[in-house]
Write a protein that binds this ligand. Structure first.
Ligand SMILES: *Cc1c(COP(=O)(O)O)cnc(C)c1O
Length: 435
């Protein structure tokens, strides 16, 4: 693509964008009396205009049918979660029976680690990324401590069990070869390898296939936290042979703050009743669930990990959002995303090239295969001042200490004009904001 840093070019791109009508399906927050440039869909996706109706319909079902809505609502509540299986299997790339919508991201991470992290005297290490999202760090740390409570596990503690892989000195991204090398170094001691699908700070996509392969080679399980990947990049969890994964629905999946999350478990485990799991009645064999008998018999799909009956009102918001993904098509979204973020990178390069002092270091890999839509800019001058001023000028972005501005143009509702205007504002602020 031959990009140009002009308003005319940006408008031309928007005009010929096959997904251009999708922006109007979302509420865009207003700043200074006009639609803002919303570049924080990686943090909280925007609200579809249909969400309120979907939620309202379920409130109506509750009002009209009461408990009977479990069986008589248009989408019977008892199986409501089933409607997500197909759209999600396309978003994360898996078989229908490998995916389930339940709980929250960190809860699901714990449930999956309960199944897959079973440390022994010899094999007890977890390999993960340095500076992982804090919730993941705490989940891993507390899982290790949980096992350390057992009388025969004295000596197991997070300091010796958790091995972090960091970027090399002077680099911002963790190299795949360093991950593989660390896995090989600890080989027989590794129980689980757990990474983000995308590093939330730099926006780098991890090579999930290569990491999974390396983990399996040494006999370890491999899982991914897809918070920043689901709905943002191409995923093939099943084909990559990933053992387990989980994600949230409120970032790129636009399903509302703190809403219901998802989980994936490779089919080779779903009928294995010897694996430990924390069980609940909603994971119990559907035919016989209401017999309410003793002895847990799991549903032979990822649903077997469900605990509780579904929060229908939250799920209605998830459905509103996923219906839009179905309509847009993941493939089309990925195509636009590459162009849109490519345009952002082009404009940032121009700003750097035309300033007498470099404005920011792009720490997100430029290669399309190694990034999603997010770009992280390590600010080299007036970082915090520029960030604060962006909001006043109608741009919502986010700040990560010590000096990174993250911007994520989302293909569903952001435009090439958003990207162009952002470039103009950034350039203006660099020249005019006081340090
Ligand atoms: C957003 C995010 C979370 C948030 O966890 P919740 O349980 O949804 O609050 C966890 N991990 C990663 C990597 C994230 O990006």
């Amino acid at each position: 693509m031959h990009y140009k840093n002009t308003l005319e070019f940006a408008r031309e791109m928007d005009g010929s964008d096959p997904l251009k009508d999708f922006r109007d399906k979302f509420y865009i927050p207003i700043i200074n009396g006009k639609q803002c440039i919303y570049f924080v869909g990686n943090s909280l996706g925007l609200q579809p205009k249909t969400t309120q109706d979907y939620i309202y319909n379920e409130l109506e079902n509750w009002a009209n049918y009461g408990v009977e809505a479990h069986f008589h609502a248009k989408i019977p509540w008892v199986d409501y979660h089933d409607i997500f299986v197909e759209p999600l299997s396309k978003i994360v790339g898996c078989l229908l029976r490998e995916v389930v919508v339940m709980n929250h991201l960190t809860v699901n991470l714990h449930l999956l680690l309960t199944t897959f992290y079973r440390p022994t005297k010899e094999r007890y290490k977890i390999i993960c990324e340095a500076k992982a999202f804090p919730s993941d760090q705490y989940a891993l740390e507390s899982q290790v401590k949980l096992h350390a409570c057992l009388p025969d596990r004295q000596g197991l503690d997070p300091d010796n069990a958790i091995i972090e892989v960091a970027p090399r000195e002077g680099e911002y991204n963790i190299r795949t070869e360093d991950i593989v090398q660390t896995i090989n170094k600890y080989a027989n001691e590794v129980a689980v390898v757990l990474f983000g699908g995308i590093n939330y700070y730099s926006g780098k996509v991890f090579d999930m296939k290569a990491i999974t392969e390396a983990a399996h080679k040494v006999g370890a399980y491999c899982g991914f936290d897809l918070a920043h990947a689901a709905g943002n990049i191409e995923l093939h969890l099943h084909d990559w042979d990933v053992d387990f994964a989980c994600w949230c629905s409120y970032k790129y999946l636009n399903s509302g703050p703190g809403n219901i999350a998802g989980a994936y478990i490779h089919q080779r485990f779903i009928t294995d009743v010897s694996l430990p799991r924390l069980a609940g009645w909603w994971g119990y064999d559907k035919e016989n669930r209401f017999k309410m008998e003793k002895n847990f018999k799991p549903i032979p799909t990822a649903e077997g990990w469900q605990l509780s009956n579904s929060p229908i009102i939250s799920m209605a918001a998830h459905k509103a959002a996923l219906d839009i993904f179905e309509e847009a098509g993941m493939e089309n979204l990925l195509k636009k995303s590459k162009l849109l973020t490519g345009y952002l990178l082009f404009i940032l390069d121009e700003i750097n090239a035309n300033s007498n002092k470099k404005v920011g270091e792009i720490i997100t890999p430029k290669n399309e295969e190694e990034r999603g839509c997010q770009v992280s800019i390590l600010m080299l001058q007036k970082g915090k001042e520029v960030f604060n001023a962006l909001k006043k000028h109608g741009v919502l972005s986010d700040w990560r200490e010590p000096d990174v501005i993250r911007v994520a143009p989302v293909p569903l509702y952001n435009t090439f004009e958003d990207v162009y205007q952002f470039g103009q504002i950034l350039k203006y602020l660099i020249e005019n904001v006081q340090a």
